[in-house]
Every structure is written in structure tokens, then in C-alpha cells.
Design a protein around this ligand. Structure first.
Ligand code: NAP
Ligand code: WDT
Length: 324
């Protein structure tokens, strides 16, 4: 992979991941063409890491944008880092490869850089992404995540993906994979919600000790319009401490929130479909937060989780009951 020029972290399998990624998920009522336009703008202004998923139903659009930017000579495939995810309805080991092949077909690419288990909560397989029974109750099922992991290892060996990882895993669930007999590849990352109000310091310490990169989502505090996002929570980007630090550095609260994660050694995602924000969010490599700024930001931690799902709490693998 040639990702020279974009700032990267070395993953535990030897591949490079650009530390800033474009998030591409928006709620259902946002046209998918927005993901297409945003991905093109992002590549034009220098983003080299794109985060999408089968579940987001945007892989045709994101793939088209990527292929267009390759065709017009802006980037080469090997300059880009593309992440997809295996949704909960594909966690049975015999469905994992099929999920990745479906993503590749939509993308019209022949490999992805990374595929991660989207969430450890398995659901009844089928075309329905959130299967419900007649009474409207979510149809969850139990799978052995170690078997799911073995299926992902085979996808890597088959060359369909460069790297494999997880998302929304607790340290206990990660430990279970790491202790699996005959483990062939460790997860390269755990993508989790992470921002000053939920700074994940315990999970970060754990991941660091295992050479697993923590990838932060909702790093800007997400968007209360999204259906999984808890309403009436304080808005991160309106936090007075973030505002004060931003003023001192003549930057925006969003840039402070992103820079905070980079200085802690995380990779960080920022979703934006607004050109002004897309441009602003990549300008996080030319200023530095002081140790006092970092301390003040770490002081904002308050165990505030924006992403919750009431249905998933019924599942034995629901990850957010664990302390970390
Ligand atoms: P986010 O990146 O924290 O925040 C996005 C929101 O902030 C949008 O409303 C965006 O609006 C706004 N915004 C972006 N830049 C801004 C700026 N400079 N100033 C002011 N507002 C700004 O939220 P997220 O989308 O929830 O998370 C990021 C990505 O992580 C997702 O898109 C997805 O790829 C991934 N993710 C993964 C999981 C998982 O389970 N693995 C869960 C959640 C998210 P505009 O679009 O108008 O800029
Ligand atoms: C907590 C609750 C974690 C939204 C729900 C994960 C929801 C995954 C996004 C996502 C979930 C989910 N997103 O990008 O906005 O798996 O339902 O990636 S979720």
C-alpha cells in the first residue's frame, strides 16, 4: 500500500491506516447521492480513508465515487483505505464471506482494506437488516464470535480484504478473540464511540497493550437526528471548554475534538456531507493541543454514550454492559 503523504498508523498486520477517515453514514431520509458527492470532495481535498458499511446501504455510491477518483487520476487504488463492515444478519460463519462479496460487488472493487464485525449482536439472517417478528420484537440470535472471526481470517487469506477487525466490542469480547485457540490474525482495530464525553480511557489502555488501534466514531458528538442517537443529550460541539480551547487555537470545536483523538494515538472518523466541514475537518495536522488542553478535555469525560439501541440490550453479546 502506498499511503505516503497521508498520516498513517501501522496496524498489527503490517498494513497502514490513515488516521483520519471520512464517515459516510446518514439517516434514511438523506439521499444516498450525498454520500457519493461527499466521498468525491473528500478524496479531492486529501482524505485517504473512507468508512462505510453494508448496513449503510451506500456502497454503490461510495464505490462509484472512489472509482471515479481513480479513473480521473486523483488517486490510485493503493492510495486509498476503504473500510466495510459485516452486519449482524451475516454473523453466522457461513455468511461472512457472502457479506463481503456483496459489498465488493456493490463497490465494484476487488478488495477492501478492512472489514470489521459491525456489532457483536447477531440477528436472524435474511434480506431484512433489522428483522422483527410479528409482534415487532427484534429477532436476535446467538452466534459464536470466534467462528465468525475464523471466517474473516479466511477472507483475508483469500485476498478479499487486507485487514480484519471489530467494532463495538468490549475488552472482554476482544479478549475472547485474542485467546481463541489457533488464532491466525489478531483484530487490527476496535471501532467504538469515542469523544470527550466518553473518552474510553480503559478500553484505549487495553487496546494499546494488545497493539489494537482504537478507531473513534461519533468523535464530533454525532447528530441527534440519527435514529440510534439519544435525544436531549448535551451537544459536544457546544461544550464551553471545547469552545474556549478552539478560540485559543483559532480553530473550531470540531477540529479540537478530532485533534484530541489524534494526539491520544487513536484513528478518528468524521462524517460530513457539507463541503465546508469536510475541508475544515482535515485541517487537524497543523496545530497542536498543549498538555493543559489535553488535561482539560480529558476532564470532560462523563460516560455519555450517544449510540444506544434498546432492542440490542436483550442480546447476550450486548457490549455496553461491560465497564469497558
Ligand atoms: P460524527 O462524525 O460525530 O458527526 C457528524 C455530524 O457532525 C453531522 O451532523 C455533521 O453534519 C456534523 N459535522 C461534521 N463536521 C462538522 C464541523 N466541522 N462543524 C460542525 N458540525 C460538523 O457522527 P457519526 O456520523 O455518528 O460518526 C462518524 C462515522 O462513524 C459514521 O458516519 C460512520 O461511518 C461511523 N460510525 C460507526 C458506528 C459503528 O457502529 N461502527 C456507529 C456510528 C458511526 P454535516 O454532514 O452537515 O457536516
Ligand atoms: C450502538 C447502538 C452501537 C448507527 C446501535 C451500534 C447504528 C451502527 C450507525 C452504525 C448500533 C449502528 N451509524 O453509522 O450511524 O449497529 O445499530 O454504524 S448499530
Amino acid at each position: 500500500m502506498d499511503l505516503k503523504g497521508s498520516r498513517c498508523v501501522r496496524l498489527n498486520d503490517g498494513h497502514l491506516m490513515p488516521v483520519l477517515g471520512l464517515g459516510t453514514y446518514a439517516q434514511e431520509d438523506v439521499p444516498k447521492s450525498k454520500a457519493y458527492e461527499a466521498t468525491k470532495v473528500a478524496i479531492d481535498v486529501g482524505y485517504r480513508h473512507i468508512d462505510a458499511a453494508y448496513f449503510y446501504q451506500n456502497e454503490e455510491e461510495v464505490g462509484a465515487a472512489i472509482r471515479e477518483k481513480i479513473a480521473d487520476g486523483t488517486v490510485r487504488r493503493e492510495d486509498l483505505f476503504y473500510t466495510t463492515k459485516v452486519w449482524g444478519t451475516f454473523l453466522r460463519p457461513e455468511l461472512v464471506r457472502q457479506s463481503l462479496e456483496r459489498s465488493l460487488k456493490k463497490l465494484k472493487l476487488d478488495y477492501v482494506d478492512l472489514i470489521i464485525i459491525h456489532i457483536p449482536v447477531a440477528m436472524k439472517p435474511g434480506e431484512e437488516l433489522l428483522p422483527k417478528d410479528a409482534s415487532g420484537k427484534a429477532m436476535l440470535e446467538n452466534v459464536d464470535l470466534c467462528e465468525t472471526w475464523e471466517a474473516l481470517e479466511k477472507c483475508k487469506d483469500a485476498g478479499l480484504t487486507r485487514s480484519i477487525g471489530v467494532s463495538n466490542f468490549s475488552h472482554r469480547q476482544l479478549e475472547m478473540i485474542l485467546r481463541k485457540p489457533r488464532l491466525k490474525y489478531k483484530p487490527v482495530c476496535n471501532q467504538v464511540e469515542c469523544h470527550p464525553y466518553l473518552n474510553q480511557h480503559k478500553l484505549l489502555d487495553f487496546c494499546r497493550s494488545k497493539d489494537i488501534v482504537l478507531v473513534a466514531y461519533a468523535a464530533l458528538g454525532s447528530d441527534p437526528e440519527k435514529e440510534w442517537v439519544t435525544k436531549n443529550y448535551p451537544l459536544l460541539l457546544e461544550d464551553p471548554v471545547l469552545r474556549t480551547i478552539a478560540n485559543r487555537h483559532q480553530c473550531s470545536p470540531g477540529q479540537v475534538a478530532l485533534r484530541f483523538q489524534l494526539q491520544r494515538g487513536l484513528a478518528v472518523l468524521a462524517k460530513s456531507f457539507t463541503e465546508k466541514h469536510i475541508r475544515e475537518n482535515i485541517k487537524v495536522f497543523d496545530f497542536q493541543l498543549s498538555s493543559e488542553d489535553m488535561e482539560a478535555l480529558l476532564g470532560l469525560n462523563r460516560n455519555l454514550r450517544y449510540f444506544k439501541d434498546l432492542e440490542f440490550v436483550q442480546h447476550p453479546n450486548y457490549p455496553f454492559f461491560d465497564d469497558y
